[in-house]
Design a protein around this ligand. Structure first.
Ligand code: C5P
Length: 234
């Protein structure tokens, strides 16, 4: 159950809007648990891929896999909600494996299966710990935590998102082509907004922040103002 003592802050938005970074920093600052819901879909996509299951043909089997999937976040194991962002599938650390282009594409394909979303719903709600929760995803404010007192829809132009991703990859020494990144983001946006099950959209009571011309610090400052208004001191 949601309560004023255990507030939920939802941060939804398209890929590359910066919501992962913002959600993680907020959780750290507030001492809240962090739910990276995209990582759940990514781990499932990876597991389905490895099991040879096809999103178009094997929807029931993938939903069954979702129900029993042994996903863990390192922070849950270390008892430090924000210090360790590692992601585990059983005993295997899959933090890097879930970020490949192939795993990203499969994540958004398995995420479009209604039975998969239903199967992961309670699991996501169970992340609400004793202090509070910052939930990062596409449908946190619309479907998973519709009663959250603060809902943010974080967006940015697709060009700005592609440029940010390009800079990140180049900084890591990974070759990347801006036009290809732009096309990939446009494809993912289209899949995420046009699917019938929990499409990406802002909740009616969400506050939209367009970060196209904003730094991470500016976005954080704006959200902290909203927390003071909507939730009170933390
Ligand atoms: O946020 P991230 O890019 O890690 O999410 C990976 C994919 O998982 C997205 O492209 C989206 O299709 C799916 N997703 C979703 N609902 C969420 C979070 C992620 O459908 N709440």
């Amino acid at each position: 159950m949601l309560s004023a003592a255990r507030p939920v802050i939802t941060i939804d938005g398209p890929s590359g809007s910066g919501k992962g970074t913002i959600a993680s920093r907020l959780a750290q600052r507030l001492g809240f648990t962090l739910l990276d819901s995209g990582a759940l879909y990514r781990v499932l996509g990876l597991a389905a891929l490895r099991a040879g299951l096809k999103p178009e043909e094997d929807q029931e089997a993938i939903a069954a896999l979702a129900a029993d999937l042994p996903i863990h976040f390192g922070r849950a194991v270390t008892d430090a909600p924000w210090k360790d962002d590692s992601v585990w599938l059983g005993a295997e650390e899959v933090s890097l494996a879930i970020r490949t282009d192939e795993a990203s594409a499969w994540a958004s394909l398995v995420a479009a299966i209604p039975a998969v979303r239903a199967s992961l719903l309670q699991r996501q709600r169970d992340f609400l710990g004793d202090a509070g929760l910052v939930a990062d995803g596409r449908d946190m404010g619309t479907t998973v935590f519709p009663e959250a007192p603060l809902k943010v829809f974080l967006t940015a132009s697709v060009e700005a998102r592609a440029e940010r991703r390009h800079k990140q990859l180049i900084a890591k020494g990974i070759d990347a082509i801006l036009s290809a990144l732009l096309r990939e983001l446009q494809e993912r946006d289209a899949r995420d907004t046009q699917r019938s099950a929990s499409p990406l959209r802002a909740a009616e009571d969400a506050i939209t922040i367009d970060s196209t011309d904003m730094s991470i610090e500016q976005v954080m400052a704006q959200i902290e103002e909203l927390i003071a208004i909507k939730i009170g001191k933390h």
